[in-house]
Design a protein around this ligand. Structure first.
Ligand SMILES: Nc1ncnc2c1ncn2[C@@H]1O[C@H](COP(=O)(O)OP(=O)(O)O)[C@@H](O)[C@H]1O
Ligand SMILES: [Mg+2]
Length: 240
């Protein structure tokens, strides 16, 4: 039987047989402004409220900004223990170690990395200790690798490392309008277990939708579902 962790997002869990498989990696993909961070923040808050510690790692927003965002969504952040928000710099050579240590410190059952693109497309190699070129080369077949192959190994190692925490993970992935695929590194979508895609349709009758094109161990609902973000939080309007 698959153990699941409920996101607590109204209307969402029933699309995914009740929750995300424990220990799975979910890519939350979409253009800028499609509410990726909000989806993950709401989930982290809900999970923490249910008594499972959650770690939210941001490379873009600080704790104060994210706390204010939560307040706007009707969250009572002061009342919830077990939600840890940290801001890190993706260029920090110790960034992966810091994520792992923070996850361990809070005994995180859920880890959010916002965004994975900041880590995988940054100019520097994450965590020199864990990701020297020599080590990457050691772990693959002994042929010379070009920069692109090395980068793909880096993406794989980052995702493997996050998986090793044992926590269920949400990784946001910013895609550029018109770009094919679900991540900028073009590999994460194959390595993650689940992909949630968020869209916003602009115009006078603007609306937002989400769909779940991939989900291992789950017969997810395959429709396109509209959702809203407001004072009551992130709400998916699934018809059933
Ligand atoms: N309090 C709020 N109520 C309703 N919508 C909001 C609120 N705060 C932010 N938003 C919407 O959410 C969008 C940003 O969401 P965010 O999760 O930061 O996007 P992403 O991470 O995908 O770039 C904003 O462009 C805005 O439309
Ligand atoms: Mg964001």
């Amino acid at each position: 039987m698959v153990l699941r962790i409920s996101t607590g997002i109204k209307g969402f869990d029933k699309l995914i047989e009740g929750g995300l498989p424990k220990g799975s990696l979910t890519l939350v993909s979409g253009n800028p402004g499609t509410c990726k961070s909000i989806f993950c923040l709401q989930t982290a808050y809900n999970v923490a409220s249910s008594g499972v510690p959650a770690l939210f790692v941001s490379f873009e927003q600080d704790e104060e900004n994210l706390s204010e965002q939560l307040n706007q969504l009707g969250a009572k952040i002061g009342k919830v223990k077990g939600l840890k928000i940290i801001r890190l710099e993706p260029e920090d050579p110790q960034v992966m170690t810091k994520i792992l240590n923070a996850a361990k410190d809070v005994k995180a059952g859920l880890v959010v990395v916002d965004s994975i693109a900041s880590l995988t497309s940054g100019p520097s190699k994450p965590d020199g200790q864990n990701y020297t070129t020599a080590q990457i080369l050691d772990s693959v077949i002994p042929v010379p690798l070009d920069a692109e192959s090395l980068n793909r190994m880096k993406v794989k190692l980052i995702l493997d490392t996050i998986r090793q925490t044992g926590a269920t993970a949400l990784l946001t992935s910013e895609i550029i309008r018109g770009q094919e695929g679900y991540s900028r590194d073009t590999l994460s979508e194959f390595l993650c277990d689940t992909i949630v895609v968020l869209h916003s349709v602009e115009g006078e009758d603007a609306y937002r939708t989400l769909n779940i094109p991939k989900m291992r161990l789950t017969k997810q609902k395959m429709g396109i579902y509209s959702f809203e973000v407001g004072k009551k939080g992130f709400i998916v309007k699934s018809s059933e």
